[in-house]
Design a protein around this ligand. Structure first.
Ligand code: NAD
Ligand code: UD1
Length: 337
């Protein structure tokens, strides 16, 4: 049985990926320092899969702890989620972001190099494309100047991996996520935004739950059909499954070059207003919202061309936006009770 290290495995996307890995028969070990997650997630994973993954409560910024971990564990592949991800916070504290998102990555790659561990999956983001000139966005779209230190850590992270792959014969796949949303069907794991949500879906569900008074739609004067901004919202379980497909591709040595990157989205763009309407239909209730000014740093539209991921990873999304919104709402209601 292949043993896979999942860093950040108690987080939003990591926990869903751990479940899918276990469902596929992988042996999973998690490193997480609980900086943005809760220890209960471990038991919740066990409730879904029947198996509690091993957890090492280690901070990846502490090199000695990372070295000790690899000295004591034989690993066949790594999915690296652990990072800070709040765009606004990264503008306030850029060095924290570079230290964690780049420093931790370097520590892991050094151990992979020194111990000849292969098969590395990296959490990247569609943010690397900025406002792309053409839609849908293919992998050939140029990387644009990053609008935030967070976005920059994803660009630099990919470059660090490319250089390492070249020099050290490592095989890696970078997955560029579009907008992950939703929760597991069991409602046992989901997203736990801390404080006031910055992202659209948790803001909507908290408004519907009465925690926030009103959703502000940031701008209705974009050059889009209804004037509100367009994104590609992907169910987190579909996203998790893309990791399994990418990992298998590496393990089975089906990759064409030793660094590959894929867009992971649905291929369909939805405007903010469409999401609000879809949420109202999916959950059978009215949402209190208003139109507000544009949010600084936002782009008008981004959605993926998923042709490459569909053909090369033999993966495609299975869930609808309605299912994703319903699962997010079910998860929200559970948080309240
Ligand atoms: P998350 O915050 O829910 O999960 C990250 C996990 O990593 C948390 O459990 C946190 O405690 C852990 N962690 C952070 N720093 C650590 C460290 N130094 N040592 C050990 N553990 C550490 O985030 P997520 O939404 O699951 O995102 C996972 C990855 O995907 C991140 O790299 C993020 O940048 C990337 N990504 C996320 C989105 C999104 O919308 N959620 C979009 C694009 C890319
Ligand atoms: C944000 C991050 C991006 C990250 C992505 C992943 C920013 C600037 N970018 O992207 O780096 O990769 O999440 O999920 O934060 N909206 C509202 N009202 C709200 C919240 C959002 O109208 O209260 C709108 C936004 O203007 C945007 C859309 O909803 O048009 C989606 O917003 P959000 O969920 O924050 O995601 P992104 O901005 O795409």
């Amino acid at each position: 049985m292949k043993k896979i290290l999942v860093t950040g495995g108690l987080g939003f996307i990591g926990s869903h990926t751990v479940v899918e890995l276990q469902n596929e028969g992988f042996d999973v070990v998690i490193i997480d320092n609980l900086s943005n997650s809760k220890i209960e997630v471990l038991d919740n994973i066990k409730e879904i899969t029947g198996t509690k993954p091993d957890l090492f409560q280690i901070d990846l910024r502490v090199k000695k702890d990372v070295v000790d971990f690899f000295s004591n564990n034989t690993i066949d592949g790594i999915i690296h989620f652990a990072a800070f991800k709040a765009v606004g916070e990264s503008v306030q504290n850029p060095l924290d972001y570079y230290e964690n998102n780049i420093g931790s990555l370097v520590h892991i790659l050094q151990e992979m190099r020194d111990r000849n561990i292969d098969n590395f999956i990296f959490s990247s983001s569609c943010t690397v494309y900025g406002q792309a000139d053409e839609l849908p966005i293919t992998e050939n779209a140029p990387i644009k100047h990053a609008l935030s230190p967070y976005g920059n850590t994803k660009q630099i992270g990919e470059e660090v991996i490319i250089d390492t792959c070249k020099a050290n014969n490592l095989n890696a796949i970078s997955l560029r996520y579009f907008n992950p949303i939703g929760a597991h069907d069991t409602t046992k794991i989901g997203e736990l935004p801390i404080g006031i949500p910055q992202n659209l879906i948790p803001y909507i569900t908290q408004t519907a739950a009465g925690i926030r008074e009103q959703l502000s739609i940031f701008g209705n004067d974009y050059n889009t059909p209804d004037g509100t901004a367009i994104r590609d919202y992907i169910h987190v379980v579909d996203l998790a499954k893309a990791h399994i497909a990418a990992l298998k591709r590496l393990i089975q040595k089906e990759n064409k070059t030793n660094f590959e990157f894929f867009n992971v989205g649905t291929g369909k763009g939805s405007s903010v207003l469409e999401i609000v309407k879809a949420f109202e239909v999916a959950t059978n209730q009215k949402l209190n919202y208003k139109i507000a000014d544009r949010r600084e740093g936002d782009i008008a539209a981004a959605y993926a061309d998923t042709t490459l991921a569909n053909s090369e990873l033999k993966w495609k999304t299975e869930k609808t936006i309605e299912q994703a919104l319903q699962s997010a709402w079910k998860w929200q209601k559970k948080q309240k009770s």
